[in-house]
Design a protein around this ligand. Structure first.
Ligand code: ZN
Length: 570
């Protein structure tokens, strides 16, 4: 009796101490956070903390698992087999609500007797952007209402990690891929704090774009999970509302759904058929209120996930069947003009003259709340599509690409000997490039290619990436050059766009004469061009280059990408 009683006193003291470590308006620094979680890991066998890999800062990225199997290998195997939720915190370290929310959830769970019955495997990355966490201050989030101190948006390389899941410039992204594929989560949550307009809601969410999902999973997410979460959170006095992505300057013009490209955490998770969410609490609401809202959303997701394990597992396996049957890969999604409407709780606004500029300025009036029906654009349409090939063959020299495919669990075979293969080669005919770097890249857009039938000499070591595997959507999204987040668009193949050899006009003149004599059709085309274009007629270089380009001296592999297409009918 006495022992039990003493133990009870001890645990109460401990819990009290854990709560009082940080005031309501404080979020722990990275060292404080990890010291605290290490303590929990040491004191509770049900809480497992793993250093999963490096960050760019140098310190490790950790994973905390609840309801695992208390052994790293067995825990990851359990996560893959059973229903698992992965929560990613502080990808933007200035938005730390998820860190505090997960700590409160853990404290409550310990207080409640550490029950694992009716609990999925819960894994959370305490703070993903380690470099951002270590770059701590009080002022980088100028519009945000607390906490007192917080980290910075960029990582140690000043990258936005929430744009880095495909190009993987950071070591963080490699560690994330390792975590993600060790767990294969069914549900994924990325926690954030909003930017943008003012309105009444504390708690908003972004869910995966429905059009990018397998239909059954889309139905489960949009017609069952979100309505259930909305209703449960209503009981806790939270209005769960879609993220206020504005069409115009203020919400009255309408809001639109978010295009969750694979570069984002949520879009990445959607490639692997996770039900994925971004939680966006509103920046102008006080930190303790935002933390409570994030906590309650996470808690409701956990409870819904537990009650719907069968449907989730079933729809995820149906999704795999669905993708297998798709003959086309759709991409370059654009917002459709199709308009729905939604009831919105906002604040009246006006445009009084600014005391600084003397020009009209936008001002929201928090003392004048309203409820209005506003336009809601929530449908996307794919602008482009291609046939899904049987496989891609990637040149062994594309080490960066092959490394990323491997890191994302993509299976490939390596050619054992040099082989001559007839397939499709893809030539870039046009593209645009931004003039200032975006996330460390000169990102390409409006990519146009032509696929030519070719007999290509492959070398031992080139890799064959088949499409009949679980990572199919990752492969198609990265190796289809025109797709939004392809490795071509992120500059992984730029070197293939440059001509390496030229000619000297004074030498080539005589050779060009011989070429024209041997190819009357070419001479005819040359004469036509001279007759129709003054510019061409007056340029020696243009005319010689035209002949050069149509001769065997020209590099016929110019603009041909090192990723080849093995069609499905082979
Ligand atoms: Zn954010």
């Amino acid at each position: 009796m006495i022992r039990t009683f003493l133990f009870a006193i001890f645990s109460c003291c401990f819990l009290f101490a854990s709560h009082s470590q940080w005031t309501e308006n404080q979020s722990p620094s990275y060292p404080e956070l990890m010291t605290y979680l290490e303590k929990l890991d040491a004191e509770h066998k049900e809480i497992e903390l793993y250093a999963m890999g490096p960050s760019d800062y140098g310190l490790p990225i950790y994973l905390c698992v609840i309801n695992g199997a208390q052994d790293s290998t067995k825990t990851m195997a359990k996560a893959r087999k059973e229903t698992t939720i992965l929560i990613n915190n502080a990808i933007h370290a200035g938005e730390p609500d998820g860190i505090n929310a997960c700590l409160i959830w853990l404290d409550n769970w310990i207080k409640g007797g550490k029950k694992t019955k009716n609990l999925p495997v819960i894994a959370f990355i305490p703070a993903y952007n380690v470099g951002g966490m270590m770059h701590r201050g009080t002022s980088s989030r100028a519009n945000q209402n607390g906490p007192e101190e917080y980290g910075f948006r960029g990582n140690a390389q000043n990258l936005d990690l929430n744009r880095d899941f495909i190009k993987m410039d950071s070591r963080n992204a490699f560690t994330f891929a390792k975590i993600y594929h060790a767990l294969n989560p069914d549900v994924f949550i990325d926690t954030h704090v909003s930017n943008g307009a003012d309105y009444q809601y504390t708690l908003t969410y972004i869910a995966s774009m429905r059009e990018r999902m397998a239909p059954g999973l889309g139905t489960l997410l949009y017609d069952f999970m979100i309505p259930a979460l909305t209703s449960k959170l209503k009981d806790k006095k939270w209005d769960l509302f879609p993220y206020v992505e504005l069409v115009g300057e203020t919400p009255e013009k309408g809001i639109h759904a978010f295009n969750d490209l694979p570069r984002y955490a949520m879009g990445y998770a959607a490639l692997f058929d996770a039900l994925s969410f971004t939680i966006e609490t509103h920046m102008l609401k006080p930190f303790p209120e935002r933390v409570k809202a994030t906590h309650d959303m996470i808690d409701e997701v956990i409870q819904w996930t537990d009650k719907n394990r069968m449907s989730i597992e079933n729809e995820r396996s149906q999704a795999a069947n669905y993708w297998r049957e798709q003959t086309h890969f759709r991409f370059n999604y654009e917002l459709s003009e199709k308009k729905d409407s939604i009831r919105f709780k906002g604040f009246e606004h006006s445009f009084p003259l600014s005391e600084i500029t003397g020009l009209p300025r936008l001002k929201y009036h928090q003392d004048r709340p309203y409820e209005k029906v506003i336009p809601h654009f929530k449908t996307y349409q794919a602008k482009d599509s291609v046939f899904v090939p049987k496989a891609f063959i990637v040149g062994a020299q594309c080490r960066d690409i092959i490394e990323r495919l491997g890191a994302n669990g993509i299976q490939f075979e390596t050619l054992q000997k040099d082989s001559l293969i007839q397939l499709g080669q893809e030539r870039v005919v046009d593209f645009k490039t931004i003039s200032r770097p975006y996330e460390g890249h000169f990102y390409h857009s409006e990519v146009k290619t032509e696929v030519e039938k070719a007999v290509v000499q492959f070398k031992a070591g080139d890799v064959v990436v088949r499409l009949d595997q679980p990572g199919r959507n990752f492969i198609l999204s990265t190796l289809t050059p025109q797709a939004e987040d392809s490795y071509f668009r992120w500059n992984f193949m730029d070197s293939y766009l440059q001509q390496k050899e030229y000619f000297s006009a004074y030498v080539f003149e005589d050779r060009a004469l011989e070429i024209l004599a041997a190819n009357p059709w070419l001479k005819e085309e040359l004469e036509t061009l001279k007759a129709t274009s003054k510019e061409f007629r007056e340029s020696q270089n243009d005319q010689l280059y035209f002949i050069y380009k149509n001769s065997p001296y020209f590099e016929d592999h110019l603009n041909v990408l090192p990723v080849f297409i093995l069609p499905n009918f082979q």
